[in-house]
Write a protein that binds this ligand. Structure first.
Ligand code: AMP
Length: 216
């Protein structure tokens, strides 16, 4: 089972991807998490990528495609992949199709999370992220037990550089210009399954599960 989850920044892709990953025993490939981990470790890739993500832009396609290709060469346990944050452009989707062909994998479904833009701005600006494990919180709707501290590892929470207002505006523009055309791409392929992302986490997940259970 190989699933792609697509949606604007703040739609809940990472949260839903983790739930899907646990339920169906998949490997989560979250390109945003991989880039942030590289940045924390001070790698060349992390430093190069930070020039783009810190201002809300996209990291160039060739870097991202290479990254995914490398990740997919690693042996992984489980029943397949859930791609979270990749592809983000049609060029990336075409390359992923080639990689699937090379590895004789097939794409099971593309979950498209629909959320309106006003809601996204609210969600992103109130989001706080654990500096160590990356778990995210919403200051109002999903706060940590102790203010400013991650429930899982007691590490401090921070506001991601790209969750600050100027970067949010840019990310949403980039999404409209470069990622939205992907939805049509996957619709034309007959793979896109739209899910109402405005609902609560559990309700969104119930919609997704309903779709994926039919694909098993
Ligand atoms: P995310 O955590 O998925 O919101 O990703 C954070 C940032 O990493 C994005 O705003 C981009 O700058 C960069 N990024 C992650 N995935 C990709 C991708 N597939 N293509 C280009 N840039 C990406």
């Amino acid at each position: 089972m190989n699933i792609i989850i697509v949606g604007p920044p703040g739609a809940g892709k990472g949260t839903q991807a983790k739930l899907i990953c646990n339920e169906y025993n998949l490997t989560q490939l979250s390109t945003g998490d991989i880039l942030r981990e590289n940045y924390r470790q001070g790698t060349m890739l992390g430093k190069e990528a930070a020039k783009y993500w810190s201002v809300g832009g996209l990291v160039p396609d060739d870097i991202m495609i290479n990254l995914i290709r490398q990740e997919m060469k690693k042996p992984v346990p489980g029943n397949g992949y859930i791609f979270d944050g990749f592809p983000r452009t049609v060029a990336q989707a075409l390359s992923l199709r080639d990689i699937f062909d090379e590895l004789t994998l097939s794409l099971t479904a593309v979950i498209v999370l629909d959320v309106d833009f006003n809601e996204l701005i609210k969600r992103l600006s109130a989001r706080r992220t654990c500096t160590k494990c990356g778990k995210t919180y919403h200051m109002m709707f999903n706060p940590p037990k102790v203010e400013g501290i991650c429930d899982l590892d007691n590490e401090p929470l921070c506001q991601r550089e790209d969750d600050k207002p100027a970067a949010i505006e840019n990310r949403l523009k980039v999404f409209k210009d470069q990622t939205l055309p992907l939805e049509k791409f996957f619709e034309d392929e007959g793979k896109a399954q739209h899910v109402p992302g405005m609902l609560g986490i559990d309700e969104v997940y119930a919609h997704i599960k309903n779709i994926l259970d039919k694909c098993k």
